[in-house]
Design a protein around this ligand. Structure first.
Ligand SMILES: NC(=O)c1ccc[n+]([C@@H]2O[C@H](COP(=O)([O-])OP(=O)(O)OC[C@H]3O[C@@H](n4cnc5c(N)ncnc54)[C@H](OP(=O)(O)O)[C@@H]3O)[C@@H](O)[C@H]2O)c1
Length: 345
């Protein structure tokens, strides 16, 4: 393939921004077009990545998404794991491709798909044993995953497109709890732990959800971006070593953590840095109590559920392995500082 035409959504976001940083620097000869929704974001993006073209629109600019997906060889959809119409529009553009010039869709989902048992049972802080893998048991992610799992509706649109059309090649990346500072233009901070830290700083007292025994995995954003790079390069090579289509599902994790350890560490750092006046920690024992902390953010789900993913596919196919030296708890002081600054403390 000649240098591919790449279309990206979410290039000014945390995940998309860092992945774009890596793609742009490693492959300056590729042509990049990014969906942006404001002049300000367009300027930030162009200042950092001068050769990117921008198209203005939102995820609801469906004709635009379809058109750009028709024109592109590779489509990175980073912006939203839950937005159904934009996924449908991208697929609509992709199916206009032909088998000898397929569309390669690299979609971002999230390992939040694995938390449905906690949502159903309204549990927080409870340890669950089930570990999901993306290799031996990939069908549990792609076929038998229940419809009430988070992100599942969009995952099904992407998977369905890949299965039904020889002109559409799909890969889904489902990151766990991502941390570390992004290198993109725009958002450079993650969501779950920063949001948790912000709530602790706002209420001026630490929190643990239930017994804090629930487990997620995490990955450093720089390590995650290597998976997107490997998939982009595989697409540019006509498929490469990557799996596309019905089994093309990729976790990318560097290990598990107990949320209680993170919650206690956030509270301790916030106290030791003088941002909160007490080392005492409140236990929020029920799903409902967690929900009340911030009506706009489901803390019970984000920080009280289980999401135990095992990434085998990227390791086997790309020799991917996390390289960043930090342990998750090493990153907590920086996260707390960043949120404290954002709150003007
Ligand atoms: N962060 C994590 O730990 C994590 C882990 C797994 C999965 N995910 C999922 O991955 C997706 C992206 O996460 P993120 O952390 O990168 O989010 P983010 O930092 O908020 O970035 C979102 C990106 O999408 C763009 N965007 C959002 N809504 C849009 C709209 N309606 N129209 C046009 N552009 C829009 C944003 O543009 P602006 O710059 O204009 O805001 C930004 O570029 C989310 O669905 C998230 O749930 C996140």
């Amino acid at each position: 393939m000649a240098p591919p035409k790449v279309f990206l959504t979410g290039a000014t976001g945390y995940i998309g921004g860092d992945a774009f940083y890596v793609l742009y620097n490693k492959h300056p000869d590729w042509s990049y077009t990014a969906l942006v929704r404001s002049e300000e974001r367009a300027k930030q993006l162009k200042d950092k990545f001068p050769n990117v073209s921008v198209v203005f629109g939102t995820l609801d600019s469906l004709d635009l998404l379809e058109e750009e997906s028709k024109k592109a060889d590779i489509i990175f959809h980073f912006a939203d794991a839950d937005h159904v119409p934009s996924a449908q529009a991208i697929v609509k553009g992709a199916v206009a491709h032909t088998a000898d010039r397929p569309a390669w869709i690299i979609h971002t989902s999230g390992s939040g798909i694995l938390g449905f048992e906690d949502t159903r049972a309204k549990t927080v802080g409870v340890e669950r044993e089930k570990v999901w893998d993306d290799w031996d048991n990939v069908h549990e992610l792609t076929v038998t995953m229940p419809d009430d799992a988070l992100h599942r509706d969009v995952d099904k649109i992407i998977l369905g497109a890949g299965e039904a059309n020889s002109a559409v090649k799909t890969a889904i990346v489902a990151p766990p709890c991502i941390n570390g500072t992004g290198r993109g233009a725009g958002h450079i901070v993650s969501q779950q732990i920063p949001t948790f830290a912000r709530e602790v700083l706002k209420r001026k007292k630490g929190i643990v959800l239930g017994e804090g025994r629930n487990i997620w995995n995490w990955v450093h954003i720089h390590d995650l971006s290597e998976v997107y790079l490997a998939l982009g390069e595989a697409a540019a090579a006509g498929g490469g070593n990557a799996t596309w289509g019905k089994d093309g599902y990729y976790f990318a994790e560097s290990g598990p953590f107990y949320w209680g350890d993170v919650q206690r560490a956030v509270s301790k750092v916030a106290y030791e840095k003088g941002y909160i006046p007490t080392a005492e920690i409140d236990t929020l024992g029920s799903y409902e109590e967690g929900l009340k902390v911030n009506p706009n953010y489901n803390l019970s789900y984000a920080c009280g559920s289980n999401s135990r993913s095992k990434s085998i596919r990227a390791r086997k196919l790309f020799g991917w392995a996390p390289k960043r030296p930090e342990q998750l708890l090493d990153l907590i002081p920086e996260i707390v500082e960043t949120e404290a600054r954002a709150l003007g403390l």
